[in-house]
Design a protein around this ligand. Structure first.
Ligand code: ADP
Length: 377
């Protein structure tokens, strides 16, 4: 049987016993070698020298008898020492393995429980430094799994909630039509169509979210002039801004601004930021899209003087489904996934997306950074 398949306890006991056996055999061999080298004649000469030659040389039988006595005494002493070493070795192995096995068994038991879905499981950190470190690492891993599980449950809850709203509305319209309470007039049909569009948008957003979060979005990153991309966004959204009597303006430095980005994804992020600015800025407000060339990157800013974001909401603004004012955003069809997608896209392109706001009614500023081509304008 290979050594690896033995339990740790028996490996330790085996190792201790091997030390005892090797010690005893070595001592026996060394003693035998010394006795053989000295031999009966040598011993006789030693005894004669010890006796000072006064009583004459001792008989050879006396030397042989002495040799036998020495041999027996050494063997007896070794037998006692080997027994004591074996007992101490066994005791030490048992104590050591108990000390080692207790936390290992605890971790094995806890990992089985975690595998069974009990993510709140933790182990005690006790014993030697290494065991404490292992227990702490295990607990950290369990904590991460616990958080992932909690996020998964929240995500399912959020998705269900978001799907239920348009489905309930559609169900209500259909019921009204069937009961004859509602007429199939253009207004009802267009309201039903808006709900279907909201569902479609949500499903698309969820698909994009799962792709960006798993890093599965194909990117075509190449040097781009940022200016036409920004203009494309402001031109696209100009009608919406005009509808809200908003002043949508550009503040770009002259000339080309070359960034390393996927043009479609950069436009997608900016559409989300400017779209939000339009959505959350009251009539007559101002939105400004600017750009600044930094040593290693380009910073695009989307600023508005709209409703702003309270300080306690700022840390959560990029979390999935997070909305500051649920009732308000529900009315405008926002699902709270746009900024999560935008930030992941920025990260995927080697950039970042951050937010600043001085609070309610003090406006909002988003800073999108994208890598710059070294040496380019
Ligand atoms: P939504 O689709 O709800 O707009 P986002 O992920 O794009 O989702 O935004 C998340 C939340 O951040 C919004 O619901 C809103 O509360 C807040 N928010 C985003 N942009 C702005 C802004 N420019 N001004 C004020 N609040 C904003």
């Amino acid at each position: 049987m290979p050594l690896r398949s033995w339990s740790l306890r028996w490996q330790l006991v085996g190792a201790q016993m091997a030390v005892v056996v090797v010690g005893v055999v070595t001592l026996l061999a060394a003693t035998e070698l010394i006795l053989r080298l000295v031999g009966a004649e040598g011993l006789q000469a030693i005894l004669a020298a010890e006796g000072g030659g006064s009583a004459g040389a001792p008989p050879p039988e006396a030397a042989s008898a002495l040799l036998a006595v020495v041999r027996r005494t050494v063997r007896n002493a070794l037998a006692i020492a080997a027994t004591a070493a074996t007992l101490v070795g066994l005791a030490v192995s048992v104590l050591l393995t108990n000390e080692l096995l207790r936390p290992l068994k605890e971790i094995a038991r806890s990992s089985r429980r975690i595998a069974g879905g009990h993510y709140g499981e933790r182990v005690r950190a006790a014993g030697s430094l290494e065991l404490v470190e292992m227990a702490n690492n295990f607990n950290m891993m369990a904590e991460t799994l616990d958080q992932i599980e909690a996020q998964r449950i929240t995500l399912i809850g959020n998705v269900t909630h978001e799907l239920r709203t348009p489905l309930t509305a559609l169900g209500g319209y259909l019921e009204g039509l069937l009961d004859g309470v509602l007429d199939a007039d253009p207004e009802t049909i267009s309201q039903m169509e808006a709900e279907v569009r909201r569902l479609g948008r949500l499903v698309n957003d969820l698909q994009t979210l799962s792709r960006v979060e798993s890093g599965a979005v194909p990117l075509r990153i190449e040097p781009q002039d940022l200016v036409p991309l920004v203009r494309r966004v402001t031109t696209n959204l100009a009608p919406q801004a005009a509808a809200g009597a908003l002043n949508l303006r550009l503040s770009l430095p002259p000339g080309r601004i070359t960034v390393l980005a996927d043009p479609d994804r950069a436009v997608q992020i900016l559409m989300n930021l400017v779209g939000n600015a339009i959505r959350y800025t009251p009539e007559g407000g101002t939105i400004e899209v600017g750009a600044r060339v930094l040593p290693a990157s380009v910073e695009v800013t989307v600023w508005d003087d709209g409703i702003g974001i309270p300080a306690d909401a700022l840390p959560y603004i990029f979390e999935r489904f997070y909305r500051v004012d649920r009732s308000r955003t529900r009315a405008t069809g926002g699902s709270g996934i746009g900024l999560t997608i935008a930030r992941h896209l920025a990260w995927a392109m080697g950039g970042d997306l951050v937010v600043e706001s001085e609070g309610p009614d003090r406006g909002t500023l988003f800073r999108l950074t994208l890598p710059r081509v070294a040496g380019a304008a």
